[in-house]
Design a protein around this ligand. Structure first.
Ligand code: NAD
Length: 415
């Protein structure tokens, strides 16, 4: 799959906000185009002794409001277009929740589960070395994303530190023993659950009777499942790349996590029914949380979605066509740039802690995360209600406007 659709679609959401803000074509071009696009070839010696060349990317979209910030994904669909679109989402996201970063994204086109640990280590180091001249604690700070984790961040931090001296603040999402923040691993999922609790409160839903379906059982999806399960929500279904599992009476997520310590996939979990990812997305539920990959809700399945509320844990899981269909059906959608901002919020805390060589207790991390994400939620809700627009449009308007203000002050526009 090519990322060209993702760029066009993300820019459609941007253009809606730009029209509301009456931005001219020149300003739009400044804000849409990434400022740096780097593509690197990464030759790696495989365990077999063969040499294989992978392709890596780092796109720096906009740093008007602070250093570039964004994850690195290891995925077969990663290409310059997809990475560029996701970098722009980071720009609007950091602005929306008002943390002092710009937007970036990186990736390597690969299938991580087909690589051994030593191959992944070599690939990550080669990538870091090749892009290191555009990184920096005040320039560009990567983080984990799809297919990467705290171990990959530890390798990146080490590779960068070998050239520049001990630099924990060069990446976030590191292991705590290397300067990572407590609460970073759960932060994206926890942020999603704070937003879900707020929506449930507004809709007067009682968590005990509220059903949740989650696509993705990785870093984001599994934490959402665990925290929601512990809060009393009924987790009716969850999936991974191999398919989904379903239980009408709710899955026990503590047992599922235990099951995953000795099984690679959720498929086969006792007392659950196996379903496809497509069937999972179409389940009847209160909250549907896509937390895996892009564009999974599109014109082929939007009409079949039965959820009352969709919270976007993943980046760009809903195409604009599907967004229109769902809005017309009255499905409430909490957009990615708000819903999954918990990860970058706690990355900001981690970076701050690294700059001061200081560690915050977990209570402070979760309290400040909750405050910042709910402030973002309330600002979006207020604008959506006063202008009678979708939460997505409101979120983009707030995010884009903050970048416009900073860009104008810095002289990037011809004004
Ligand atoms: P991950 O690699 O830890 O987990 C991804 C999950 O999705 C896995 O369970 C995988 O099996 C599943 N998956 C992969 N391909 C799939 C497919 N074709 N169909 C269904 N399921 C599939 O990744 P993650 O870090 O949890 O990221 C998930 C999403 O959340 C991505 O869109 C990412 O950009 C977004 N996100 C992540 C963070 C973060 O802190 N990790 C922050 C913000 C947004």
């Amino acid at each position: 799959m090519s990322g060209i659709e993702t760029v066009q679609e993300v820019n459609m959401f941007f253009d809606e906000a730009a029209s509301f803000l009456r931005l001219n074509e020149g300003d739009r071009a400044v804000l849409k185009r990434p400022w740096t696009e780097l593509k690197v070839s990464l030759p790696i010696k495989m365990d077999s002794g063969d040499i294989k060349v992978f392709t890596g990317y780092r796109v720096q979209h906009n740093d008007s409001r602070g250093p570039y910030k964004g994850g690195v994904r290891f995925h077969p669909d990663a290409d310059m277009d997809e990475i560029g679109a996701l970098a722009s989402l980071m720009t609007w996201k950091t602005a929306l929740v008002d943390i002092p970063f710009g937007g970036a994204k990186g990736g390597i086109q690969c299938i991580p589960k087909e690589l051994s640990t030593t191959e992944l280590n070599r690939l990550t180091r080669r990538y870091t070395n090749h892009i290191s001249y555009i990184l920096g604690v005040n320039r560009d700070i990567p983080a984990p994303d799809l297919g990467t984790n705290s171990q990959v961040m530890a390798w990146m931090m080490d590779a960068y530190s070998q050239i520049h001296g001990y630099t924990p603040g060069i990446v976030t999402g590191k292991p705590v023993s290397l300067g990572g923040s407590v609460g970073r691993d759960s932060a994206t999922g926890r942020g999603v659950t704070y937003v879900m609790n707020q929506v449930a409160d507004n809709l007067e839903m009682n968590t005990q009777n509220t059903s949740v379906v989650i696509q993705g059982a990785g870093q984001v999806g599994l934490w959402i499942a665990q925290i929601a399960f512990e809060s009393g929500y009924q987790i009716k279904g969850i999936s991974d790349v191999n398919g989904g599992i379903y239980s009408s009476s709710g899955l026990n997520i503590t047992d599922l996590k235990e099951y995953l310590t000795s099984n690679e996939s959720i498929i086969g979990f006792p007392d659950s029914e196996t379903i496809t990812n497509q069937e999972l997305l179409e389940l009847e539920c209160d909250f549907l949380i896509p937390a895996a990959i892009d564009r999974v809700i599109n014109d082929s399945n939007a009409e079949m979605i039965k959820a009352k509320v969709i919270i976007e844990g993943a980046n760009h899981p809903i195409t604009p066509e599907a967004d229109s269909v769902l809005n017309a059906k009255g499905v409430k959608i909490i957009p990615d740039i708000l819903a999954n901002s918990g990860g970058v919020i706690v990355s900001y805390f981690e970076w701050t802690q690294n700059l001061y060589q200081h560690q915050w207790p977990e209570e402070r991390v979760t309290q400040e995360l909750r405050r910042i994400i709910l402030d973002g939620y309330k600002a979006v809700e207020k604008l959506a209600i006063s202008e009678d627009i979708s939460y997505r449009k409101a979120a983009y308007i707030i995010g884009v406007n903050k970048v416009v203000e900073a860009s104008a002050l810095r002289g990037f526009f011809n004004r």
